[in-house]
Design a protein around this ligand. Structure first.
Ligand SMILES: [Zn+2]
Length: 295
């Protein structure tokens, strides 16, 4: 295991967020990249604190860590809701919000090690957690649905944004049967408006569930047991596409949805350059002997 502390000091690229859950992820990433030395303890970021400070592997590890951090915070938020009787409308009252923010701050300090020294994070993160929790309750409204389904491509087709399946062809031309996916998962604070919705086929939707990113995709586990996982190839291609879309969204400063649309559906799985550190998730690299040689 490497012992160097994580000390990246470069400006963190951002994409254009439309959901509070995305803002939460980005805010945590700022803390992770710029505040990891000394300010943060606890178990929020510790899994990757020993990672090398640059390269594809570190980028991947940050992604894993941050996605899991969002999960932890959302889970804590739901627990606070239940324990303090804040479910339903109570969370929308002024007193309910106050109580939630207070409890979430305490939780971040006590369990996640976000130190009191970091005043910015302690204001921002509970607020984003509260907003994420609220939007996660919203269903897709009819108008959002019809707006999202009105966005056909140049040939007038609606494609699954993950694999390119022609959705109108699949449903015999009926738009009402086309499933829409929350690009940023609703359970992680993704909004139910057209800015966060794209058509998805059942196969991709079933494999993806509410997984956000590399870490949650469990790619390593899937490939460690490649023969037992029918979804393994699909999951890997979804993960590769999400990474490519995030990178593009950061480069162009657009939303993830715009980036996915610019990217177009993947026609086939493209393994990454075997010479790169990020071949961690190359099909070729899913060999336990190789993986252990990386550490
Ligand atoms: Zn699909």
């Amino acid at each position: 295991m490497l012992s160097a502390p994580f000390t990246v000091r470069t400006p963190t690229p951002r994409f254009l967020a439309t959901s509070p859950g995305e803002e939460l992820w980005l805010a945590l990433r700022d803390l992770y990249v710029h505040g990891a030395d000394g300010l943060l303890g606890g178990d929020l970021f510790t899994t990757t604190r020993w990672a090398e400070p640059s390269g594809g592997l570190a980028h991947f590890l940050a992604d894993v860590t941050l996605s899991l951090a969002v999960y932890k915070i959302m889970k804590a938020g739901r627990r606070i809701e239940v324990e303090d009787g804040l479910e339903g409308n109570a969370l929308h009252s002024e007193e309910g919000e106050e109580l939630f923010l207070l409890r979430m701050r305490a939780y971040l300090v006590e369990y996640l090690g976000i130190s009191f020294l970091d005043r910015g994070g302690l204001r921002l993160i509970p607020d984003l957690a509260l907003r994420s929790l609220k939007v996660s309750r919203n269903n897709i409204e009819k108008t959002a649905r019809s707006l999202a389904l009105a966005e056909t491509n140049a040939e007038g087709r609606l494609l699954c944004y993950c694999c390119g399946t022609d959705m109108l062809f699949r449903t015999g031309g009926t738009k009402s049967n086309i499933p829409l996916d929350h690009i940023w998962p609703r359970s992680l604070g993704g909004v139910s408006t057209e800015s966060n919705l794209l058509p998805i086929c059942d196969d991709c939707n079933g494999a993806k569930t509410d997984r956000l990113s590399w870490g949650v995709f469990g790619i390593v586990q899937d490939y460690a047991a490649a023969t037992q996982s029918q979804d393994a190839d699909l999951l890997l291609s979804l993960a590769l596409r999400r990474r490519a879309a995030t990178k593009l969204a950061e480069e162009k400063y657009v939303t993830l949805k715009q980036a996915f649309l610019m990217l177009g559906p993947a026609e086939e799985l493209t393994p990454v350059d075997p010479g790169e550190a990020r071949l961690f998730f190359n099909l070729i690299a899913h060999d336990p002997g190789y993986l252990s040689s990386l550490w």
